[in-house]
Design a protein around this ligand. Structure first.
Ligand code: ZN
Length: 323
């Protein structure tokens, strides 16, 4: 395979396009996803609402021929290099959103819970909240997109499942809760451990609010059902004035692979064909309505705009502010 340095990608872009067999430019967004960002948060405005992306580390996922239906490991590595990323592993960052709306501090997803999911380089959320000037005690509401561990383990202690945020309201999608709380032996084997953890926590917690379908959850944040990644996976639309940010959660995994190639199906998707349909629908809406878009696994900065690019899409990050 070709080896193309980062410098070649930036300086000699025309040559790089040819080397990858491309006839038109693709966006090179840099190697931000490959390593911990210098500063673990970015701030953005959506009208009057402030949104803060909080980096929670990265999973350096080993390559695996079964990871993506639609691409083999060689194709995966080529796509990673084309985005300026390492191809030694698949770098999967975690990025929680904090939203300040009408004086309320809201989190969308709770992170890996100090690295309970995502390996040794995950678990930086607490330090990056502090760096961004946010106190976990001020969090009044936590909105959950879906129940994979990298999104919910921040709600519970590792060994005891004790609540990390007993006084905050936790808003969960009804369809998601229903699926994970069905009898464990009806859940596919690899997901049973996670189901047991869900069943040991959410049903007995007093501060859980279950919301069905498209609904306003707090002022300025609307649930947008986006099923496929999981049975009840939900995106969120943050709106203020004439600006809107679509927090797409795990409608795709890392943008270098799955925004570029929306038909690639990661093994994480529970209902893969529906996941493909949903991400195309969300991104087509984002393009048509000129929405800002954020992805949980897009690394920092994880907020920007989406454009159509051949059969896929290109994500152009907004640098945001690091102070
Ligand atoms: Zn995830």
């Amino acid at each position: 395979m070709f080896h193309i340095s980062r410098r070649d990608l930036v300086v000699g872009a025309a040559g790089a396009y040819a080397a990858f067999g491309l006839t038109k430019p693709i966006a090179f967004i840099g190697a931000a996803e490959a390593q911990a960002p210098a500063q673990g948060f970015r701030k953005y405005k959506v009208g009057d609402i402030e949104v803060i992306s909080l980096y929670d580390g990265v999973w350096e996922k080993p390559h695996d021929e079964n990871f993506i239906k639609g691409a083999n490991v060689e194709e995966t590595k080529t796509a990673l290099r084309a985005a300026g990323l390492t191809d030694a592993f698949v770098p999967i960052p975690f990025t929680t959103l904090a939203v300040k709306t009408r004086g309320q501090l809201v989190l969308i997803d709770s992170g890996t819970g100090g690295g309970q999911a995502g390996g040794p380089k995950a678990g930086q959320l607490a330090q990056n909240m502090a760096a961004a000037g946010l106190d976990p005690k001020d969090v009044k509401t936590i909105i959950i997109s879906h129940f994979h561990g990298d999104h919910i383990f921040g709600l519970m202690a590792k060994d005891t499942n004790a609540q990390t945020f007993p006084d905050a309201e936790i808003i969960v999608p009804a369809t998601e809760l229903k699926w994970w709380t069905q009898p464990v032996d009806s859940i596919p084997q690899p997901r049973r451990g996670n189901a047991q953890r869900v069943q040991a926590t959410f049903p007995s917690w007093k501060n859980v609010k279950v919301v069905d379908g498209e609904a306003e959850l707090v002022p300025g944040i609307r649930a947008i059902p986006a099923f496929g990644h999981t049975q009840g996976h939900t995106a969120h639309l943050i709106s203020s004035g004439n600006q809107q940010l679509l927090a797409s959660a795990d409608a795709t995994n890392i943008q270098a692979l799955f925004v570029k190639n929306p038909t690639w199906q990661a093994a994480f998707d529970h209902v893969p064909d529906l996941a493909v349909e949903t991400r195309k629908k969300l991104f087509d809406r984002a393009v048509a309505d000129k929405l800002m878009v954020a992805g949980y696994h897009w690394g920092l900065p994880n907020v920007g705009t989406i454009a159509k690019d051949g059969n896929g899409y290109t994500f152009t990050p907004n640098p945001g502010a690091a102070t």
